[in-house]
Design a protein around this ligand. Structure first.
Ligand code: NDP
Length: 313
């Protein structure tokens, strides 16, 4: 199947690009990816997306964006992009290792995924106490003791969410301050169920089959260094994200952290006709509204690129 504009990813960037591209009669196809609706579908209340004065649930917002894109003729395909060929035109995108799509322009909006600490124990207890998504798995920890690693907005958000379910929530923060926004810091510090362990790192996890606790170290490498074990049934990672760009290695220019490099203020990548939007190309902001704004720009740039190519013929 051929399209003027193929969009990889169905988060705020991909779906906003689809709204703009479909209104420009580009009949876009969106390849949904592994997580329909992207990361916002694993969050609860979104309070800072303009237009929702009372907040909106993440999954509801994504459902609204999907319907808005479909209203103007976007086709949404369930599947995973397994290969791309940007070396010749039209570009080729393979879905689920079998279905080939060709496209005149591509918008990459594959987002980013949660990072892990890299401890071997994390893999051992994955799904048995270790998780990188409190809103997905928090339910299993009702009246239990859990910990959230990280001091950013995500960690605070997850700790607050978990505090509504769990008996006790520790935040394991490696520095002596929280990096999160002031309002989130305040909510965390005022929550009686949350204890913040500053200057603390995780050395390992323990437990027979299920997670039973974490080996922590405070003030590591100083004369105040102190080892302690904390009994835990849940261990939630919230230490940032890495871009989903494995598919594009050696095909597009990526920065040292793997984010797609875009030119100037635009969304153009190192291949003409291929654009990138949202968290996959934005290490700095990683906000739904910033991703949506970038999706808008990518679609407008794809439209202009197609007009330019037509005029060249
Ligand atoms: P951040 O990069 O902001 O924070 C990551 C946190 O994890 C930091 O506290 C960092 O510590 C810690 N960390 C990183 N690596 C390790 C490690 N190896 N061991 C221990 N701790 C580690 O990521 P977030 O996902 O929290 O946020 C990403 C962006 O999204 C931010 O711009 C944030 O503001 C935004 N966001 C906004 C929300 C909202 O407005 N509602 C909700 C969620 C995210 P250190 O500080 O020491 O580097």
């Amino acid at each position: 199947m051929h399209t003027k504009c193929l969009i990889i990813g169905s988060g705020p960037a991909g779906l906003t690009a689809a709204i703009y591209a479909s209104r420009a009669n580009l009949s876009p196809i969106v390849i949904e990816g592994p997580q329909k609706g992207g990361q916002l579908t694993t969050t609860t209340e979104v309070e800072n997306f303009p237009g929702y004065p009372d907040g909106v649930q993440g999954p509801v917002l994504m459902e609204d964006l999907t319907r808005q894109a479909q209203r103007f003729g976007t086709e949404i395909v369930r599947g995973l992009v397994t290969d791309v060929d940007f070396s010749k035109r039209p570009f080729t995108v393979t879905v689920d290792s079998k279905n080939e799509y060709t496209a005149d322009t591509i918008i990459i909006a594959t987002g980013a995924a949660a990072r892990y600490l890299g401890l071997p124990d994390e893999q051992k207890y994955l799904g048995m106490g270790v998780s990188a998504c409190a809103t997905c798995d928090g339910f299993f920890y009702r009246n239990r003791t859990v910990a959230v690693v990280g001091g950013g907005d995500t960690a605070c958000e997850e700790a607050l969410y978990l505090s509504s379910l769990a008996k006790k929530v520790y935040m394991i923060v490696r520095k002596d301050y929280l990096r999160a926004s002031k309002i989130m810091q305040q909510r965390v510090m005022e929550n009686p169920k949350i204890s913040v362990l500053f200057n603390t790192q995780t050395r390992g996890l323990y437990g027979e089959e299920l997670l039973e606790g974490a080996h922590l170290v405070q003030y590591a490498g100083t004369d105040r260094e102190d080892l302690m074990d904390v009994a835990l049934e849940g261990f939630f990672l919230a230490i940032g994200h890495q871009p989903n760009t494995k598919l594009f290695v050696d095909k597009l220019e990526l920065d040292k952290d793997g984010y797609i490099v875009t030119r100037g203020r635009g969304t153009e990548t190192s291949v003409d006709g291929v654009f990138a939007a949202g968290d996959v190309a934005d290490p700095d902001y990683q906000q739904a509204i910033a991703a949506a704004g970038m999706g808008c720009r990518a679609a407008l740039q794809a439209e202009r690129y197609l007009i330019h190519m037509q005029n060249e013929l």
